[in-house]
Design a protein around this ligand. Structure first.
Ligand SMILES: Nc1ncnc2c1ncn2[C@@H]1O[C@H](COP(=O)(O)OP(=O)(O)OP(=O)(O)O)[C@@H](O)[C@H]1O
Ligand SMILES: [Mg+2]
Length: 309
């Protein structure tokens, strides 16, 4: 397994623990059409699509907050399996783009097509059920629940067969509950959190809470995962562990990922392509190497960013 730079002893231990179940999880995911947390229940996903076909198409997306153009004519075309990055200064509109893609806010204009379907005005619940999972810039865990319950709850919310299964028979219900619990624990183990499954989510360290957010997003069985500053507030070592985990879930589950980050070394290393937002507008797009040398990007953002962040 590739080891990220700066990964120390604690991180290596976590990664090794995860590696021991990589094989098991891969088998599970292969058996269940390459998706984490078992078979997707949504009827809308096109699982027969070509691996490199377009998964997400956004056309001229805009959002205005009382006259402020938070996002202005934003577009992106993402192929299945890509890891894309969105960077830019504070207030550039990055999180607003995620909120628009997931239906948390309604666009002022533009169109969003996911897996061939127009999702522009769908509710967050429907969009999540179709396969877009996300984490939030400000952690949003269920504070009165344990680590495991946080994952189980996310699974329950998005398992559309739940009510039917409950009605069919008690043994069927029990089998399903056991399976969900097993899958949740396996995912927690992958992220080095299984030893704290029974404690309150709020008792986790800040970095572990951020990792739990990713596990919970995976419980929605996404095909597209949006990560909003997953390493915010982490030191270099913790960021390197998260970088390795993102790579691993991408490789294991064939996920398509869009990541918003201020951590330049991480996005430069992780992403196939980057977009740069400034005052709601797309000012550059290209490979990390192209973006790094773009004079507008250097002037508006990279010139101010800490290269060792
Ligand atoms: N719900 C809202 N109501 C009013 N204004 C908003 C709302 N959400 C975002 N904004 C404004 O829209 C602009 C873009 O905000 P956004 O959070 O998308 O920036 P960002 O690129 O994610 O910044 P950061 O890097 O600091 O997280 C900012 O000026 C912000 O104040
Ligand atoms: Mg933001």
């Amino acid at each position: 397994m590739e080891k990220p730079p700066g990964t120390g002893a604690r991180g290596a231990a976590r990664l090794d623990a995860g590696a021991s179940i990589t094989y098991t999880l891969r088998k599970i995911s292969q058996a269940r059409r390459g998706l984490p947390f078992g078979r997707r229940t949504s009827r809308t996903m096109d699982e027969t699509a070509a691996p490199d076909s377009l998964l997400l198409e956004v056309h001229a997306l805009s959002k205005t907050f009382r006259g402020l153009h938070a996002v202005d004519g934003y577009s992106i075309a993402v192929r299945r399996g890509e890891i894309r990055g969105i960077i830019g200064p504070n207030g550039a509109g990055k999180s607003t783009v995620f909120n628009l893609l997931t239906g948390h806010i309604r666009p002022s204009g533009g169109r969003i097509v996911f897996s061939g379907q127009d999702i522009t005005r769908l509710s967050p619940h429907r969009i999540a059920a179709m396969g877009i999972g996300r984490t939030f810039q400000n952690i949003r865990l269920f504070t009165s629940m344990t680590v495991l319950e946080n994952v189980l709850c996310a699974q329950q919310l998005h398992d559309q067969d739940h009510l039917l299964t409950t009605m069919i028979s008690w043994p069927t219900f029990r089998r399903r509950e056991d399976r969900l619990r097993r899958e949740a624990r396996e995912a927690l183990r992958l992220f080095g959190l299984d030893d704290r499954a029974e404690i309150l989510a709020t008792a986790l360290s800040y970095g572990d809470q951020r990792r739990l957010e990713i596990v919970r997003a995976l419980a929605l069985k996404p095909t597209l995962l949006l990560l909003d500053e997953p390493t915010a507030g982490m030191n270099a070592h913790e960021s390197a562990v998260v970088l390795a985990l993102i790579r691993r879930i991408h490789d294991m589950f064939g996920l398509t990922i869009i990541i918003v980050e201020h951590n330049m070394p991480l996005v430069m290393e992780l992403c196939d392509r980057l977009q740069v937002l400034n005052y709601g507008e797309l000012i550059a797009e290209g490979t990390p190497g192209q973006v790094r040398q773009d004079p507008r990007v250097v002037e508006s953002y990279l010139g101010q960013a800490d290269p060792d962040a």
